[in-house]
Ligand binder design. Structure first.
Ligand code: FAD
Ligand code: SF4
Length: 406
């Protein structure tokens, strides 16, 4: 393993204008990290990765490398690109256990982070390293957000999140599990209790329904509800997954690993929203793909579809007269997610757009002064690296805000 990674590092051309770095959404200083790694400065390389991106250890595993760093490497034009992510994984994984932080000068101010997904964790790390007393509140009992309750174990081992918890301890970041803001506690309560600012990174946890008959039947489930704890579900042998996005791919692959024998994904059009490599993996795992099926309702037998008619440009131009009943023991809806509205309903001055996503300015501040937000709750479902990148910049704006407040 170490040899393979060293070979990858040796292939790096140390480009003057590193395209890989441009292709990385958080602009990881790839050539510099590789150089340190080759000089056996493992902890220096890890520090540089962590300071640029506190989510580095996760990004190395779950980023869409082909579309980002690896996809932009010049060596990929004529051959295979440098697999920087494998070096990043090795370095950041080692750094996670060994890092010890210097105590920052304390600012004597409290700040709250709501949500412990990639956005919340990144903001908490940046704020704590700047000397603020950080408390994270999360609705769930463990840190990680979608890293823990969405992305399946076979793609991302949850033990990394358990190890990451030690980073929070070492930075004196407090964690209040099973505490949803917008219920017994509100954002107004936080300001009452002396928090100087609040960061919201609550993501998109409300599965979108389709508004069709049968959605409440016992043989129907929502994709993100299933992924949160697949062992709790009895899906049977045949599973129909509605949707062809990344979540649908994870649902299909998880169902196949939990005993389903036939898993079929259905899309209304001929378009697949998921990334190419996720689709390839789902096919390799044995999932089947059916296009041109628009779901009309769900019965106890399974989903009922209208079959689409296409023109030469693959656009849906109509549907066949007769609906078709497909047999499936379970139907899983994996179409999309939206934010829950607890915080907007309970926070004076906090506004969302028509989709319920929080409105923020160029500094990440919401419509309520002193309350900032980043990640999926602002943009809808995106990626871990995008949430980390935005949260880092937003936490820096929070620091500037608190310093200005005196
Ligand atoms: C199945 C699935 C697979 C994915 N695969 C990938 C992938 O391979 N690569 C990739 O880059 N991205 C992937 N993503 C997207 C990625 O996980 C998200 O973009 C990212 O987690 C967003 O981070 P976040 O911190 O904004 O929100 P989240 O990760 O959703 O975290 C939000 C946190 O807020 C907490 N919370 C919510 N409401 C409250 C409240 N009122 N009070 C307190 N706490 C609250 C939640 O419990 C949660 O811990 C995937 C997403 C899903 C669902
Ligand atoms: S953060 Fe993601 S895109 Fe950037 S270098 Fe690491 S793996 Fe590649």
């Amino acid at each position: 393993m170490a040899l393979v990674i060293m070979n990858e590092a040796n292939r790096c051309l140390q480009c003057k204008v590193p395209m890989c770095q441009k292709g990385c959404p958080i602009h990881t200083p790839i050539p510099q990290v590789i150089k340190k790694f080759k000089e056996n400065k493992l902890m220096d390389a890890g520090k540089q990765l962590f300071e640029n991106n506190p989510m580095s250890v996760f990004c190395a595993i779950v980023c869409d490398h082909q579309a980002q760093c690896a996809g932009h490497c010049v060596l990929g034009r004529k051959g295979s690109p440098v697999s920087f992510f494998s070096i990043e994984r090795f370095v950041s994984d080692a750094y996670l256990d060994r890092v010890r932080f210097e105590k920052p000068e304390k600012k004597g101010k409290r700040t709250a982070v709501i949500g412990s997904g990639p956005a919340g964790l990144t903001a908490a790390v940046v704020l704590a390293q700047a000397g603020y007393d950080v408390t994270i509140f999360d609705d769930n009992d463990h840190i990680g957000g979608m890293l823990r309750y969405g992305i399946p174990e076979f793609r991302l081992s949850k033990t990394i999140l358990d190890r990451y918890r030690k980073i929070l301890d070492r930075l004196d970041i407090q964690f209040r599990p099973n505490t949803a803001l917008g219920e017994a506690l509100t954002i107004d309560n936080l300001f009452r209790d002396g928090y100087s600012s609040v960061f919201i990174g609550t993501g998109v946890w409300r599965p979108k329904n389709l508004g069709i008959e049968g959605e409440s039947y016992p043989n129907v489930h929502f994709g993100i509800s299933y992924l949160a704890n697949p062992g709790a579900f009895r899906l049977g042998q045949s599973v129909a997954v509605i949707g062809m996005g990344n979540v649908a791919m994870d649902v299909a692959r998880t169902a196949l690993r939990h005993g389903a024998e036939n898993v079929t994904l259905y899309a209304r059009s001929r378009r697949i929203a998921a990334s190419e490599h996720e689709v390839d993996y789902a096919r390799l795992d044995g999932a089947e793909f059916v296009f041109g099926h628009a779901i009309e309702k769900i019965t106890e037998e399974g989903p009922v579809f209208r079959i689409a008619l296409f023109d030469d440009d693959n656009q849906v131009v109509g549907y066949e007269e007769e609906p078709v009943q497909v047999h499936a023991d379970s139907t899983i809806l994996a179409v999309s997610q939206a934010p829950k509205n607890k915080l907007i309903l309970t926070t004076h001055g906090l506004e969302g757009n028509e989709k319920g996503l929080l409105i923020t300015d160029e500094n990440g501040m919401t419509t309520r002064p002193g309350v900032f937000a980043a990640g999926d709750v602002v943009h809808g479902s995106r990626t871990v690296v995008a949430a980390a990148d935005e949260a880092k910049r937003t936490a820096e704006a929070m620091i500037a805000y608190m310093e200005k407040q005196g």
